[in-house]
Ligand binder design. Sequence first.
Ligand SMILES: [Zn+2]
Length: 225
Amino acid sequence: MTGRGVRLVLLGPPGVGKGTQGRLLSALYGIPQIGTGDIFRTAVKERTPMGVVAKTYMDAGKLVPDDVTIGLVEERLAAADTANGFILDGFPRTAQQATALDAMMHRRGVPLDAVIEIVVDPAEVVRRLTGRRLCAVCQTPYHVESAPSRLPGVCDKCGGPLILRPDDDEATVVTRVAEYQRKTAPLTDYYRAAGLLRVVDGNADVETVFGRIRAALGEPVRPGA
Ligand SMILES: [Zn+2]
């Protein structure tokens, strides 16, 4: 996939490794990885037209409506760095947003190339998320299994205490994963019907999963590459 660029959407529940895989795809294709949180923060900070609108809702403690979110994404996708494509992470979240994204891409004459859904066994997601730890002092992330500190519960860098974020508490994780599946099922149905959905098994290490994503995108995967 080259020439006219690569336009991708990444889907998957929390803890599935979307951030990591998105960074690898970003490096592979030389295109930006665009998360919804970054879009909001940048638009508000730079006081873009949609950023100003979004801020009025945020300041009032209200949920930013769908059309404003869509407007923020459209502003972001008009930036020069997306000329060769992008990887969207965290948008769309609903079938309505997906329809809006389609319309946006249609106006620009550059349709989406693929929607990658990384799927992982729910038990594995729980294992990954509940094992995360964060230094309370310097915010360095750890994982009790995959990236442990040298001394249990103590930060390698600053000696601060490692904490479990409230979001990573087991009951909260189970709720988040169930909520994700309930909310995004219509979205995956939508993209499956459009012929864009590529489901990738994420129950493996980072390199293996990345290889599967490349294969799903029709990229030649060379051994050791
Ligand atoms: Zn620390």
